[in-house]
Design a protein around this ligand. Structure first.
Ligand code: MG
Length: 161
């Protein structure tokens, strides 16, 4: 791998249910529902982790952190991100920048985005200017639009150390 940059893409979706906290980008957001899953179900952090692993051609999140492994039950996805950065660092790669989008009908996420960027940047050990988070609704369409799920997409650019 002699090229100076590598790019990766990530996607994740989780069902939205009652009785769960809503955690996005490491921020707990007040809402009547939360995302269902084995970990904290931080759909944004998972999409970013998959983009980082993909850029390094290291497989996917499920391979490295299987949801059948009790060590990862309830784990903060920010810890998973920190571990992923170690994995790519062992391959001689650094995070150049990340762009991401959360697809969620409700609640309004804009007020929480600065804190998401801060926490993600801290977990990734990079400057906040290197982390972009956007949010949009699904215009009422499909399961996301009906408020039954949230999804996230991310792209990551890595550079050689
Ligand atoms: Mg997930």
């Amino acid at each position: 791998m002699n090229e100076p940059f590598r790019i990766g893409t990530g996607y994740d979706i989780h069902p939205l249910v009652e009785g769960r906290p809503l955690v996005l980008g490491g921020v707990e957001i007040p809402f009547e529902k939360g995302l269902l899953g084995h970990s904290d179900s931080d759909v944004l952090a998972h999409a970013i982790a998959d983009a980082l692993l993909g850029a390094a051609a290291l497989g996917d999140l499920g391979t490295h952190f299987p949801d059948t492994d009790p060590r990862y039950k309830g784990i903060s996805s920010l810890e998973i991100l920190a571990r992923v950065v170690e994995l790519i660092g062992e391959r001689g790669l650094l995070v150049a920048n990340i762009d991401s989008v959360i697809l969620a009908e409700r609640p309004r996420l804009a007020p929480h985005i600065p804190e998401m960027r801060r926490r993600l940047a801290s977990a990734l050990k990079i400057d906040i200017e290197r982390v972009s988070v956007k949010a949009k609704t699904n215009e009422g369409l499909d399961a996301i639009g009906r408020g039954e799920a949230m999804a996230a997409q991310a792209v990551a650019l890595l550079r050689k150390k």
